[in-house]
Design a binder for this molecule. Sequence first.
Ligand code: ATP
Length: 498
Amino acid sequence: MATIREESDYDSSRSSLTAPGSRRSWISDIGSSSSVSVRSFGGGAWDAPAVSCRHKPHKANQAEWEAIRRIRAAAGRIGLEHFRLVRRLGSGDLGNVYLCQLREPWSTGCLYAMKVVDKDALAFRKKLRRAEVEREILRTLDHPFLPTLYADFEASHYACLVMEFCPGGDLHVARQRQPGRRFSISSARFYAAETVLALEYLHMMGVVYRDLKPENVLVRGDGHIMLSDFDLSLKCDVVPRLLRHNSLPHNGNIAGRADTAAKPSCVPPIQPVLSCLFKGVNKCQAKEEAAPKPGNDGETVDSVGGASSSSEPGDHIHTNPEVVVEPVSARSKSFVGTHEYLAPEVISGQGHGSAVDWWTLGVFMYEMIYGRTPFKGESNEKTLANIIKQPLAFPRVAAASGKEWDEHLRAQDLMTQLLAKNPRKRLGGCTGSAEVKRHEFFKGVNWALVRSVRPPEVPKPAVVPVPPAQKKVVMLSRKERQEPYNPVVRPDERFEYF
Ligand SMILES: Nc1ncnc2c1ncn2[C@@H]1O[C@H](COP(=O)(O)OP(=O)(O)OP(=O)(O)O)[C@@H](O)[C@H]1O
C-alpha cells in the first residue's frame, strides 16, 4: 500500500504523493505557518543524552527493565552489540521494527521491540525531525498504556529505540478475528477506556497524538493496550488551568450531555464540568476566538495559582473547581493523519489542537463497533468531503437484548458527541478527558483500576526459537560505523538482517 508523506510542524520541505484508499498516516502543511508553540528539544540532536528514559517508576520492577539496567551498569552503556535481532515485526515510513533479545543468556526471557531508523535516509527525505520528535516524546512517557522506552542509541547511521514488545499485534488485525469483524460493545468499551486514559496522559504531557487508529493500538502481553507511533504527534506547551464549574444547564444540544454525564465511579461525586458545556459555552467560544492563548481562555478558566477568574458577577455559580491539563489552545495547521480519521478542522486548515484526538476517538470507536469508519468515501477526496459535510449516521444493529440495545444507544450518543464537527462543541474539546470519562457509556468503569481489569483477549506468549539466520548476522565494524552512509549497498550489507 502506497503512502502519503508530506510536511509536518517539524519538517522542512514539502512533497506530495497521494494514494487512494490508503490507511497510512501522512502529514502535510497546508498553512503558510503553524502557530503552534512547539517546544524545543535542545537542538534535536540524536546524541542528546537520554536522561528521562532511565527512570521508569511504574516499570521499575520489570525483568526487561532490570536486564537493561544490569547491562548498563556492567558495560557503562548499552548499544546494538548487546542485542540479537530475532525477526522483523513491521515497517513504517520512518524505519523497521524488530523483535529482539539481549545477548546475555540470563536475559533470554526478555523481549523487546527495536525501532531502527536510517538517519541518513531520513535526513535525505527531510524527515529526521519527525524521528527526533518521536524519540523525545517516548523519552518522556511513563504510563501503562504507552510505550516504555528502555534505551535509545545509535549504530553507524542508524538510530535505535528499544521499547516494550507487544505480542498481541494491533487492534485492526484483532478486529478481523471477531465475529462479523466487529468488537462487542464491552470489548470496545474496554479498549476505548484504556485509550481515553492514554490520551489524557499524553495531553497532560503536552502531546497531541494525532494518529489514533486501530493499526496504532497494539496489544501487550497482558492484553492491555499500548498506543504506538508518535512520529506525527505534536509537542506543545500545556498550561494547567483551574476550571470553575457552572451548575446550570442552558441549551438543548449541550444539555443532552447532562443527561448522559455520569458521576465518576471511583471518586466522590463531583459536579459535572459545565462551564464550557452549558451556560458558558458561547462565552468560551467567543473568548477563544478573540484570544486563543494558552491558559488565557478567560472567563471561568484560570491558570493554577495564576490570575483570577474574569467571569461576570452573578453570571455563574462556581462550585468545585477542577484542574484541567489539556492543550486545548495548541494550534497547528499541519495536514496530518490518516484520511478516514482526519478531523474537520484539520481538513479545513483552520488550525487544530487536542480536540482532534477526541474526534479520532469517535472514529476509532465507530470502527471497532461497526467494522468501518463513518465517513469513508470511494476516494480520499470523497472521504474528506464527507467528513466536512456528511451528517453522522449509524448502521442498523441487531441487538440480542434490550440491555445490549441500550448499550448501543449510549455508545452512539458518545460517538455523536465526539464526532461533533465543531471542535468547540465536541466532547473533550473544551475541557478534555474529564467530560469524556463522565459519559454514560463509561458508567461503571473504575478509571483508577482499568489496568487491573481482565482484558477481552490475552495473547499467547511469544515463542522465540533461535533462528539459524542469527549465525549470518552482519555486525558493522567500528570502521564501517564511521563511514558515511552509502545508499547503494548490497542487500547483505544493510541493517536488514533477514
Ligand atoms: N512495540 C511493538 N511491539 C510489536 N510490534 C510493533 C511495536 N512497535 C511497532 N510494531 C510494529 O511495527 C510496525 C511499524 O511501527 P511504527 O508504526 O512505529 O513505524 P513507523 O515507521 O513510525 O510507521 P508509520 O509509517 O505508521 O509512521 C507497526 O505497524 C507494528 O506492526
